[in-house]
Design a protein around this ligand. Structure first.
Ligand SMILES: NC(=O)C1=CN([C@@H]2O[C@H](COP(=O)(O)OP(=O)(O)OC[C@H]3O[C@@H](n4cnc5c(N)ncnc54)[C@H](O)[C@@H]3O)[C@@H](O)[C@H]2O)C=CC1
Ligand SMILES: O=C(O)[C@@H]1CCC=N1
Length: 272
């Protein structure tokens, strides 16, 4: 198995480490660098991985996963640049473009830029991935193995598509949670107590998603099958359509994609 070093041992790194371990990776192949000793101790206890501080030497690694906050990436990359060797670098930082990263890494172009999402925490994530210029098919396979540990991987051929991925699957879990919150509030408005309201909303989501994933029908067909002519669902869907909910969702995602493009400019520029 490849030697993988994580720079930053927070939520997302922990999700990837957990996924890799559950897929049979040896803890001795995984190393984490983080300034927080308590964080390293927690990861060591939970997964048996070794750790070190940013001042320690980078161990020889096949893959280096950059999992710090975007605002920290420039300083972290410049610090790592001299000791990277031939490692494949996978960055999960939102908004940082592959060419900015390569520049900060001193011209290192074996870089994969990834936009994961938080369902990675339960290994049901989706990662959009973009391969920089010098990433070959074996690097892609290596990245697939790492990212596959937290869910599905979708490769995009143009980096601009990462903004679209960010708007749909990166931010998307928040849209779903928003709808869940609203459905729970609707249940409260129907007089159910908080526990029952939560159960009604969450189980309905879970059941509908499971049905959609396991069914041959698309979402539109499944919706039509719930919607009896002249019945209750039709009244509710009509209310959604009257308030242009579908158009609002499409416009909201377009706003998120625009913000992702802006962040790419701001973070690339500010950090130079
Ligand atoms: N939360 C989300 O929905 C998504 C997050 N991301 C990206 O994932 C990255 C990590 O996010 P989280 O895991 O949520 O953050 P986090 O805050 O949980 O983890 C960041 C870790 O980096 C450590 N750190 C700080 N300075 C460091 C240094 N100099 N060297 C090494 N480690 C250092 C911190 O101690 C912390 O443990 C971010 O760049 C974020 O943009 C990407 C997609 C989705
Ligand atoms: O909201 C954000 O900017 C990040 C990117 C995708 C999810 N969280």
């Amino acid at each position: 198995m490849s030697k993988i070093t994580f720079i930053g041992g927070g939520n997302m790194a922990s999700a990837i480490i957990g996924g890799l371990i559950s897929r049979g990776a040896a803890a001795s192949d995984l190393h984490v660098i983080d300034p927080e000793a308590a964080r390293l101790a927690e990861l060591a206890t939970r997964y048996g991985v070794t750790g070190g501080s940013p001042d320690d030497a980078l161990p020889t690694s096949d893959v280096v996963v950059l999992a710090v906050k975007p605002q920290q990436l420039k300083a972290v990359s410049q610090h790592l640049a001299p000791s990277l060797g031939g490692a494949l670098v996978i960055s999960i930082a939102a908004g940082i473009r592959a060419d900015s990263l390569s520049r900060w890494l001193g011209g290192h172009t074996r870089v994969v830029r990834v936009m994961p999402n938080t369902p990675a925490l339960v290994q049901a994530g989706l990662s959009g991935a973009y391969a920089g210029a010098d990433v070959d098919t074996s690097d892609r396979a290596l990245a697939d193995r790492v990212l596959g540990a937290i869910g599905e991987v979708v490769w995009v051929e143009s980096e601009a598509e990462i903004d679209g991925i960010t708007a749909i699957s990166g931010s998307g879990p928040a849209y779903v949670f928003y709808f869940m919150e609203a459905l729970q509030a609707a249940a409260r408005a129907q007089g159910f107590n908080i526990d029952t309201a939560r159960k009604l909303a969450y189980q309905t989501f879970y059941g509908a998603v499971k049905l959609a994933l396991e069914s041959e029908d698309d979402a539109g067909t499944l919706r039509a099958k719930v919607t009896s002519k002249g019945g209750t669902t039709e009244r509710a869907i009509n209310a959604f359509e009257t308030s242009q909910l579908r158009a609002t969702i499409i416009a909201a995602a377009a706003a998120a994609a625009a913000r992702s493009r802006e962040l790419g400019e701001e973070l690339g520029r500010d950090a130079d």
